[in-house]
Design a protein around this ligand. Structure first.
Ligand SMILES: Cc1cc2nc3c(=O)[nH]c(=O)nc-3n(C[C@H](O)[C@H](O)[C@H](O)COP(=O)(O)O)c2cc1C
Length: 255
């Protein structure tokens, strides 16, 4: 066979393409498990840092050893026997019967659908709840902000707030990731004595003389719309359609 024939050149070309794609596929398959591991690790990092626990435990891994993952029925406010490892929010929101559509009136956080079950994280200390880490989400300016709100064992004091996914503009709405801004949340209160959710991001800076100083967080300049989204998602998820039933049950159980 002539080495320089068109047929031979085509044969070698196709052969090389097939070999390269086989090598790339193999590498992709090998890397998939590493990628999945990294996704889990990244999420754990966000969970732990929402509660500011990495310093206390020295590492994310150590902190995770003291954190229990549970699945909660939001309407009942009760823990359900569902394996948290098989839980995925995106799947819950696709499967009929596992979510409800929200009316415009109830959809404070503009999320359209709310899952029936939610995956929650609890940090225990001496067999008692020390921190409750709740998944929250709500529309910002450009898309849904996904994050974790960590609250202390009084179920009213904020331990921290951390977002793990959003589409806000760098330098504007994306300043919700700025450590300085996130630090402002620690110690703020969620519920007034009458049970009303009062925690909110205000426009401008919180005044030292404000009557609501414990319930207010400084706004981000040029990002009022994202900040409103944060206020709305807190109002929704800490209210009766969100985690309030679960929190009330925990309060009754005195755990
Ligand atoms: C390109 C572009 C991107 C913007 N991104 C955001 C954003 O991510 N979040 C936000 O709240 N506002 C964003 N804004 C500004 C809003 O349109 C709006 O002006 C702002 O939220 C008002 O905040 P202020 O009252 O603090 O100025 C953006 C504006 C432009 C032109």
């Amino acid at each position: 066979m002539n080495k320089d024939s068109a047929l031979n050149i085509a044969f070698i070309g196709i052969g090389l393409c097939l070999l390269c794609s086989a090598i790339i596929s193999l590498i992709a398959i090998q890397l998939r498990s590493v990628q999945n591991e990294n996704v889990v690790k990244d999420m754990q990092k966000k969970i732990v840092s929402s509660a500011g626990l990495e310093l206390e435990y020295g590492s994310v891994e150590n902190a995770m050893m003291n954190i229990k993952t549970i699945v909660v029925d939001l309407d009942q406010g009760k823990i359900v026997d569902i394996n948290p490892n098989s839980y995925e929010l995106s799947k819950e929101l696709r499967e009929e019967g596992k979510y409800k559509f929200l009316s415009a009136e109830n959809d404070i956080a503009s999320i359209k659908k709310r899952e029936k079950y939610s995956k929650v994280f609890i940090e225990y200390k001496d067999d008692k709840i020390n921190t409750l880490i709740l998944p929250v989400r709500g529309y910002g300016l450009w898309g849904i902000l996904y994050g974790y709100l960590a609250i202390k064992s009084d179920f009213n004091t904020v331990a921290g707030l951390e977002f793990y996914e959003h589409k806000e503009t760098p330098g504007l709405g994306a300043e919700i990731d700025n450590p300085k801004w996130k630090a402002l949340w620690k110690g703020k209160k969620i519920y007034q004595e009458n049970g009303e959710v009062s925690l909110k991001v205000i426009k401008g800076n919180v005044l030292a003389s404000s009557d609501n100083i414990n319930y207010e967080v400084d706004g981000l300049s040029g990002a009022t719309l994202t900040c409103n989204g944060v206020t709305n998602l807190i109002a929704y998820w800490m209210g009766s359609d969100g985690f309030l039933n679960f929190i009330n049950n925990l309060r009754e159980l005195d755990v």
